[in-house]
Design a protein around this ligand. Structure first.
Ligand SMILES: [Zn+2]
Ligand SMILES: [Zn+2]
Length: 278
C-alpha cells in the first residue's frame, strides 16, 4: 500500500536498448498527489506500438523504458480531490497520462490532439520525470486519464480495449455508425482487426474481413464470427506496387465503411470505388 506522503519504488519490465529484450528495472513512482490515482496493475495488453517503441523503430526511444499502454488494475489509493474513483475499483489507463489542460483540444475533450499531451511511457511528465507504463506492478496517474472498467467485464479482456479497441471503436462512433444493419469491412486481421470485427459485430453490423489470402478464413469466420471474408491476393504484393493494377472487392462484398488496420502497403483506391452499401 502506498502513502500520500511517500514516493515508492517499483520494479517493472524495461527495455534498456533497442534489442527488444525487457529486463527488471527499479524506479520511483511519484507521490499520489491530490488529483492522482495509484493503481495496482493487474493486466496489461501488448500493442505493436510497444514493440516499435522498445526497438526504437520510430527513432525516438529513451531508455530505460517500461512499455504498456493497455493497463487494467485496481485502485490502491486516491488523492484528496479524487471523487470519481474509490479504493478497490477496477480501472484502466490507455496511451495518455497528461496534457496542457488549456488549449482548444483539451477544452473540448480531445486531449489526444493537445500539442503537449503526455504519453503513458517514453515521455516526460509535468514533474520532469520520465513516464513509465503498465509492464509494472503499479502506476500513479492523474484522474483525468483513468477510466472505470464496468462490472462484469473480465479485466484481462478489458485491457486490449484501451488501445486496439478504442482505435476501431472511435471511427465508428465519429462517423455515426453505431447502429445495426450496416455493412462494413475490416482490412487486415492482425490484432486491431480482431477487435474491429468483434466490436462491429456487437453493434449488429455485417462485417467482411478483407485479407490478402484465405489463410485467416477459419479465424475470421469461426473464431470471430465475421459475416464473410474477401481475399485480395494482390493486396500488398510488390507486383501491384509496380504495375499499379487495382485489387478490389467483389460486388457481393460491397461495404459502407472500411477500417484499415494493416501496416502493409497496398493500393487502397479500388476499395473506395464501389460506393456506399447498406
Ligand atoms: Zn497501442
Ligand atoms: Zn492541451
Amino acid at each position: 500500500m502506498g502513502s500520500l506522503e511517500n514516493e515508492r519504488s517499483v520494479t517493472g519490465w524495461a527495455a534498456k536498448d533497442p534489442s527488444g529484450i525487457l529486463s527488471p528495472y527499479t524506479y520511483t513512482l511519484r507521490k499520489t498527489g491530490p488529483e492522482d490515482v495509484c493503481i495496482k496493475v493487474l493486466h496489461c495488453g501488448i500493442c505493436h506500438t510497444d514493440i516499435h517503441q522498445t526497438k526504437n523503430h520510430l527513432g525516438m526511444s529513451n531508455y530505460p523504458m517500461v512499455p504498456g499502454h493497455e493497463v487494467v488494475g485496481e485502485v490502491e489509493e486516491v488523492g484528496s480531490n479524487v471523487t470519481k474513483f474509490r479504493v478497490g475499483e477496477a480501472v484502466g489507463v490507455g496511451c495518455l497520462v497528461g496534457c496542457c489542460r488549456s488549449c482548444e483540444p483539451c477544452n473540448s475533450s480531445k486531449e489526444q490532439y493537445c500539442n503537449k499531451r503526455i504519453w503513458s511511457y517514453n515521455d516526460i511528465y509535468h514533474d520532469g520525470q520520465p513516464t513509465q507504463g503498465g509492464f509494472a506492478p503499479a502506476m500513479v496517474v492523474h484522474q483525468q486519464f483513468v477510466v472505470r472498467i464496468p462490472e462484469g467485464l473480465a479485466l484481462e479482456q478489458a485491457a486490449p480495449l484501451l488501445c486496439a479497441g478504442v482505435t476501431v471503436y472511435s471511427p465508428l462512433k465519429h462517423f455515426g455508425l453505431i447502429k445495426s444493419g450496416v455493412r462494413g469491412g475490416i482490412l487486415g486481421l492482425g490484432g486491431v482487426g480482431h477487435m474491429g470485427v468483434k466490436i462491429a459485430k456487437a453493434m449488429g453490423h455485417h462485417v467482411t474481413v478483407i485479407s490478402s489470402s484465405d489463410r485467416k478464413r477459419e479465424e475470421a469466420m469461426e473464431h470471430l464470427a465475421a459475416s464473410s471474408l474477401s481475399s485480395s491476393p494482390e493486396m500488398g504484393s510488390s507486383s501491384v506496387r509496380r504495375s499499379g493494377s487495382r485489387p478490389g472487392l467483389k460486388s457481393s462484398a460491397r461495404v459502407g465503411w472500411i477500417t484499415w488496420v494493416t501496416p502493409a502497403w497496398f493500393t487502397h483506391k479500388a476499395y473506395l470505388q464501389s460506393g456506399p452499401a447498406r
